[in-house]
Design a protein around this ligand. Structure first.
Ligand code: FAD
Ligand code: MLT
Ligand code: ZN
Length: 478
């Protein structure tokens, strides 16, 4: 289809209040993803000051058939916030929509604009004596708009759910530049299709989230962190069962970590080391959020760890006795991504399987990959408590250098295929929390039914008939 000639960029500059970035040097950070895997092109990056400005930018793009690529903190892991290489895109950054519009501690809700970082929202809730429980290692940079658009998960899903379950209402600028004011803070609203749920997880392909009303929770009286050393994911599952029966819903985090993760963290962040004298094949980092207080929480954890040691489920365990110790244990977990990136190229997977299958999935997939790709190393970590693993592959230790990058990354399709076919065989998902973006877009058609693909295309056609919203993401072409 012939596209109309692009109008002078000044017509966009004059259309809204905010910043318009066109200088190539200033534009560069908007055109590459956090992993530096995807590089795109754009006419400009528009950073409106207001919701009306967002709508004006979208209307300009619709009128001139220019793609809109919404961007928050640009920390996404699937290349979904990076424009394609057509050069006919505007990156629409929500960075200036930063207001906390309302907090209602009786309704237990907070209304914030899309450009607020997750850390800012958590801090605003805390200042009001409440908890906003979404918690990701990227919370200092990622934004609420991105969290909702990727339906982010993080470390507290097993207790509080993912971004979708924490969202009560949305304000969205639609693909034709209209604004849907849906910021109702209701737990119950059965008046037609759930439009909110269409936009959550849509990765910028259906509309631009400009604000959200989110659930708040009571602040826990105490949070206690522990780390256990164990043999394998099967043992971790047995510990999870014991933890959930001992701690109930106060168990708020249960993260699996393989030893190579901590080896990489120690290599790149030497101050951060295993808290045990001897290494172990795996570790679990767990946290309890207790309403009764520190003494009760610590006693419950110590009893749990004693039982786990007595029953041989864990080899060793440590319970943090101070905030500093707790933060040190969490740093070991939160630095894994950066440590793996610092080690060079890696092939990442963000998969989920039924929690009870995790041990068998890891065992079977490790064996198949080791047989097919001798020497590769598995960096396995993630949110075992909700069945989501970051099952990442690093090159053999003697092939980590940049000179081997192309050769190793050439294995990605085959390694993805083995891993994702195994996930599928266990009834799992090839993207648990990072979305499909560009990275998983084409593979999704292998694992989704024809009717699912057709229904998603109909939704896309209905809400973005011009196809200007973040083209090339989520749905394979054609
Ligand atoms: P961006 O990367 O800017 O955009 C992501 C997607 O959302 C794109 O499709 C974009 O178009 C769309 N988008 C952004 N803002 C809007 C908006 N206002 N309206 C419509 N669409 C929009 N993710 C997890 O789920 N769990 C984790 O534990 C986790 N840990 C991480 C750790 C590290 C160190 C890093 C770097 C990333 C991690 N992530 C994790 C991935 C990432 O932080 C999340 O996907 C996050 O939700 C992205 O938010 P963002 O604002 O950076 O979005
Ligand atoms: C995490 O849980 O740390 C993230 O999802 C990031 C990653 O997969 O690297
Ligand atoms: Zn994660």
């Amino acid at each position: 289809m012939d596209l109309p000639a692009l109008p002078p960029i000044d017509s966009l500059r004059g259309a809204f209040a905010g910043r318009l970035i066109t200088d190539p040097r200033d534009l560069e950070p908007f055109l590459v993803d956090w992993r530096r895997r995807y590089f795109g092109r754009a006419i400009a990056a528009a950073i409106p000051d207001t919701v009306e400005g967002v709508a004006a930018v979208v209307r300009w793009c619709a009128a001139h058939r220019v793609a809109v690529v919404p961007q928050g903190g640009n920390t996404g892991m699937s290349g979904a916030a990076t424009p394609d290489d057509s050069g006919r895109s505007v990156v629409l950054s929500l960075a200036r929509l930063k207001r906390v519009r309302a907090i209602d501690t009786v309704n237990n809700s907070i209304t914030v604009e899309a450009g607020c970082t997750l850390a800012e929202v958590r801090a605003a809730a805390q200042a009001a004596g409440r908890l906003f429980p979404l918690s990701l290692p990227s919370e200092g940079s990622c934004t609420i708009g991105g969290n909702l658009s990727t339906n982010a998960g993080g470390v507290a899903v097993l207790r509080y759910g993912n971004a979708r379950e924490l969202c009560l209402g949305l304000e969205v600028v639609t693909a034709d530049g209209e604004t849907w004011h849906g910021l109702r803070g209701l737990r119950k609203d059965n008046t037609g299709y759930d439009l909110r749920d269409l936009f959550v997880g849509s990765e910028g392909t259906l509309g631009v989230i400009t604000a959200a009303t989110l659930k708040l929770y009571p602040l826990p009286a105490a949070q206690v962190t522990a780390m256990a050393a164990l043999d394998d994911p099967h043992a971790a599952l047995r510990l999870l069962e014991q933890a959930q029966s001992a701690l109930g819903s106060s168990l708020t985090a249960f993260e699996l970590i393989s030893d190579l993760c901590l080896e990489l963290v120690a290599k790149h962040f030497p101050d951060h080391r295993r808290p045990f004298a001897q290494p172990s094949p795996y570790y679990v980092l767990l946290e309890t959020s207790d309403s009764e207080g520190e003494t009760h929480a610590t006693a419950a954890f110590e009893a749990l760890m004693e039982r786990a040691l007595d029953t041989g489920i864990v080899r060793d365990a440590v319970v943090a006795t101070s905030g500093a110790q707790s933060r040190a244990l969490w740093a070991l977990r939160e630095l894994i991504s950066e440590a793996q990136s610092a080690t060079g190229n890696n092939i990442k997977h963000d998969v989920s399987v039924p929690i009870s299958s995790i041990g068998d999935f890891v065992e079977r997939t490790n064996a198949e990959l080791a047989q097919r790709f001798p020497g590769i190393r598995l960096v396995v970590f993630g949110h075992l408590g909700d069945g989501n693993l970051h099952y990442n592959v690093s090159p053999p230790v003697d092939r980590c250098g940049p000179e081997h990058e192309a050769e190793f990354l050439a294995l990605q399709p085959a390694i993805n295929r083995v891993t994702h076919d195994s996930v599928h065989a266990f009834g799992g998902s090839i993207s648990a929390e990072h979305g499909l973006g560009q990275l998983r877009r084409d593979e999704s058609a292998r694992y989704k039914s024809a009717i699912e693909m057709a229904l998603m295309r109909r939704v896309k056609q209905a809400l973005d008939p011009l196809g200007i919203m973040n083209p090339g993401k989520v749905l394979p072409p054609g």
